[in-house]
Design a protein around this ligand. Structure first.
Ligand SMILES: CC(C)(COP(=O)(O)OP(=O)(O)OC[C@H]1O[C@@H](n2cnc3c(N)ncnc32)[C@H](O)[C@@H]1OP(=O)(O)O)[C@@H](O)C(=O)NCCC(=O)NCCS
Length: 373
């Protein structure tokens, strides 16, 4: 056997060029040159989705038209409703999203020259909340929801359909901020998967379906759900401090902490933590935020590990009454903008992504006939 040198998960490897986003490389975090703090503070998610997928911030008329297209894109084809009704109630919601994306790829196919890619991107951004909440209401409440809404934003629509009533302005703003922060992050695992699919000249549904599958894991998008489960284990900050010490002693991974690229902090955490604090005050929850801060303190003191975007996103969603199992599906509703931007960019200057591996298996073995093994 050859030496089993660690390949290190491609850490630090520059695997391609992109003009969409910078992550901690001396530029701060920006989307197409716009600072994430400016976007989170001032923009709506729809403006950011437009920026990512079409390259520039929209003018007022362009934004109004885009929002109209996103609203039209919420409708569910009958065949897709049938699939959603058929999929079991105990499915993982991420599997629902993945299957529904793939199903839509059969129903509303991409042309082989990709000339309808822009419409499909808008369609996916519009339809993902409908998919999740149609499935949710059918299986949880035995009710088939329609896609009419008083809300003109993706976040507002999601909350209205989930709770059956219009959300307040604070929650709508929280959703905009969260969706903006989740929208894009350079060559993360799911985006890279989408680019690999695009590099084979496959269709965009296949690229997004692949990305959803990759996002599902707890080391990536699934971390926001795992973080909420962790926080929910504790009843007080003292209890949390003790519990995290024990987990670290047992070499457990604490979900929502650490990052492959960031070294000392995740710039998105500064924003989402403040929203978590704000929503905790709003709903008068006095335990979850202090418990989260207690976990943060132990992680920093003991391991010099900091919360990533997923950690305080968990409590932010929880305070808005969103079930934990829908945290990662919300990530899809946002990151589709980033994934799609990367698919388009990859297609614009394509080269098949196909690296090599270092072979570490046995050499020169003589074939042994079946009946002699
Ligand atoms: C994000 C993550 C996958 C990056 O991983 P990576 O660059 O491959 O780094 P590693 O997992 O090899 O971690 C390096 C060291 O830090 C430790 N570490 C990293 N994240 C940790 C965490 N969240 N909890 C406890 N220890 C952690 C590892 O155990 C490892 O320690 P060791 O060298 O003693 O074995 C990792 O930090 C992690 O698993 N975090 C939790 C999941 C999460 O929040 N994912 C969302 C990312 S945005």
């Amino acid at each position: 056997m050859k030496d089993t040198k660690k390949t290190g998960g491609l850490a630090g490897i520059v695997a391609g060029r992109s003009a969409i986003c910078t992550v901690g490389t001396g530029h701060g975090l920006n989307y197409r040159g716009y600072d994430i703090y400016d976007l989170a503070q001032n923009a709506t998610f729809e403006e950011v989705a437009y920026l990512l997928t079409k390259g520039e911030l929209p003018k007022p008329k362009e934004l109004a038209q885009y929002k109209q297209e996103l609203i039209l894109a919420r409708s569910l084809p009958e065949a897709l409703k049938t699939v959603l009704k058929t999929l079991p109630k105990n499915s993982n919601p991420m599997d629902i999203m993945r299957t529904a994306c793939s199903t839509l790829g059969c129903l509303e196919q991409e042309t082989s020259d990709f000339s309808n890619q822009a419409e499909i991107i808008t369609r996916l951004l519009g339809i993902f909340p409908s998919i999740l909440l149609y499935w949710h209401h059918y299986h949880i409440n035995g009710k088939e929801i329609d896609t009419n809404s008083t809300q003109d934003s993706i976040g507002g629509y999601f909350l209205e359909k989930l709770h059956g009533k219009a959300p307040n302005e604070l929650w709508i703003k929280a959703m905009h901020v969260s969706l903006i922060l989740y929208a894009e992050h350079e060559f993360n695992a799911s985006t890279f998967a989408a680019r690999i699919a695009a590099s084979t000249l496959s269709d965009i549904y296949s690229a997004i379906t692949a990305a959803i599958g990759v996002l599902r894991g707890p080391l990536h998008g699934g971390a926001n759900e795992a973080a909420m489960e962790l926080i929910s284990e504790f009843s007080s900050p003292e209890n949390a401090t003790k519990g995290i010490f024990e987990k670290l002693e047992n070499k457990a991974k604490i979900m929502g902490f650490g990052h492959r690229v960031y070294v000392s902090n995740d710039p998105r955490n500064i924003v989402i933590k403040e929203w978590s604090r704000k929503l905790a005050d709003d709903c008068k929850n006095t335990t979850i935020f202090p418990i989260s801060e207690a976990i943060e303190k132990v992680m920093w003191d003991e391991k010099k590990l900091f919360p990533n975007l997923d950690f305080y996103s968990a409590s932010t969603y929880h305070f808005m009454g969103i079930p934990t199992a829908y945290f990662t599906p919300i990530f899809i509703m946002s990151r589709t903008a980033g994934w799609a931007a990367h698919v388009v960019e990859q297609r614009g200057d394509n080269k098949l992504i196909r690296p090599n591996s270092e072979y570490i298996g046995p050499d020169n073995r003589a074939y042994v006939a079946l009946n002699e093994r």
